[in-house]
Design a protein around this ligand. Structure first.
Ligand SMILES: Cc1cc2nc3c(=O)[nH]c(=O)nc-3n(C[C@H](O)[C@H](O)[C@H](O)COP(=O)(O)O)c2cc1C
Length: 193
């Protein structure tokens, strides 16, 4: 793999690899491990689903969750996607994080099944609950309703400053091509594996 094999826009290149993984049978190619850090630099990582791609990558969550708290204190994140098919690949993204607009969050909220919307309303993500029954009772109390999006639920967009493409090669002499945002676009460089 060479820089000339990749799109000049690293996010379009990400789309291409993600769709290649999906076409090759990866059941959840949009799973993305998201790392955040608190004000005290305490790191934390978890998977989220990449749900949109424009000038950044978008995921949705509870703003009052652990990640939401971290991002409130320190609005930066790193994310990584990894696929075995059609080729063994990894993409790393890092940059500043901003909330999506209320309209974007509403639109995504409306696209979710009603049951998932009720679960999100009943579950204050990452708070401690005594029992599963307590959660189920909170969902049951909502009946068959279609609740509006709670203020605490919405999207974040990672606006990448760095995007790195990794592809396996023989004898661990893997290819790594890194895009670093600069004044007039992207600087592209090769890294030792
Ligand atoms: C494959 C996968 C995808 C997930 N996608 C999301 C997601 O899009 N949004 C979300 O809030 N949690 C998602 N989760 C759950 C998170 O990993 C995590 O448990 C939750 O967001 C709470 O994390 P936090 O306490 O660090 O905020 C996903 C989990 C897995 C395994």
């Amino acid at each position: 793999m060479d820089a000339s094999d990749l799109d000049r826009d690293p996010l379009r290149q990400l789309d291409e690899w993600l769709e290649a993984a999906r076409a090759a049978g990866d059941p959840m190619p949009e799973a993305m491990c998201l790392a955040t850090a608190s004000r005290d630099h305490e790191p934390s990582a978890r998977f989220v689903l990449l749900r949109g791609r424009d000038e950044g990558v978008v995921f949705f969550t509870d703003y009052e969750s652990g990640k939401g708290r971290d991002l409130g204190e320190n609005p930066k994140a790193a994310a990584v996607l990894h696929w075995y098919v059609p080729v063994h690949r990894q993409v790393r993204i890092s940059g500043a994080v901003v909330k999506t607009t209320a309209e974007e969050s509403d639109r995504y909220w409306a696209s979710r099944p009603a049951g998932s919307r009720r679960s999100a309303v009943a579950s204050h993500q990452s708070s401690v609950v005594a029992t599963r029954e307590e959660l189920e009772a909170a969902v049951a109390a909502l009946g068959g309703s279609e609740p509006p999006r709670p203020e605490r639920w919405g999207g974040y967009r990672i606006v990448p400053a760095v995007v790195e493409f990794w592809e396996e090669q023989q004898f661990r002499l893997h290819d790594r091509i890194r895009f670093v945002r600069d004044d007039d676009g992207w600087r592209v460089e090769r890294l030792a594996p």
